[in-house]
Design a protein around this ligand. Sequence first.
Ligand SMILES: *Cc1c(COP(=O)(O)O)cnc(C)c1O
Length: 298
Amino acid sequence: MPNSDSFNALAFDALAHAIPYQTINMHGVQLCIKRLDLVHPRISGNKFFKLKYNLLSAQQQGFKRVLTFGGAYSNHIAATAYATHLFGLQSIGIIRGEELAHKALNPTLHTAQDFGMQLQFVSREQYRQKQSADFIQQLQAEFPDSYIIPEGGTNSLAIQGCKEILTADDVNNFDLICCAAGTGGTISGLIEASAENQKILGFSALKGEFLAQELQQWTQRSNWHITDEFCFGGYAKTAPELMQFIQRFEKDYGFPLEHVYTGKMLFGVEQMILRGEIKKTQSVLALHTGGLQGKIQR
Ligand SMILES: *Cc1c(COP(=O)(O)O)cnc(C)c1O
């Protein structure tokens, strides 16, 4: 494992270039899956790309620590704890739910703490203020010299990093690119990197129209669409048919999915194939965005 001296832009790029693809046949459609989940054992999936320029920038500007926000199972918290450790930066995690302070840490938080993240539990009400200038100022006073990354890791440097998810071949060889979306940072990077004749389809993990509006803040392109049809009622919510799909998929194709993001996205892709909305003539790339660290706990 590289240490903080050698973990730099080159180390990121070397890992990113080694990401495997796996092509599966889903009801006659050749579906190429890009396994971002394998990019790094602890900085999983899209979070690897979202953190890249943020951490390089924090390091370059001489910040001592990174402060960020997340829920108790957050993939972003897990990835940030390890990545800051590699960079020799301290980290602070502002965690939603003050009741958690008095409980045993779950594996996500336990591992984050093991890699040196200082956990600060706040009430749900306070957590909702995470973007307010007052709360940020208060945190800056309490943890001086902190580089602040928003919840889920989405900001313009994250989007710059996510543009690098797509290689030149990915841009040239596929008509349709499918991806799970939470805050929309990842898909914004894909859209920005895509070719004009490609379509980018986002499967929202949350219910509602807000995400499409959010995306317009990050991109002026129009070759994309967001659907919340396959979110199963909301973030991390589940249903027997989703869990059955995931089990069947894992058995048929031999690699794991979680039920918050990629499992729902691929469930949706299958439905769209069965309905003829995705066709055999299309070449389709789907991103496995990782997040398996939270899988066993839920
Ligand atoms: C965070 C996350 C996403 C969503 O990424 P956004 O950039 O917030 O849209 C998708 N998949 C997994 C596994 C994630 O951890």
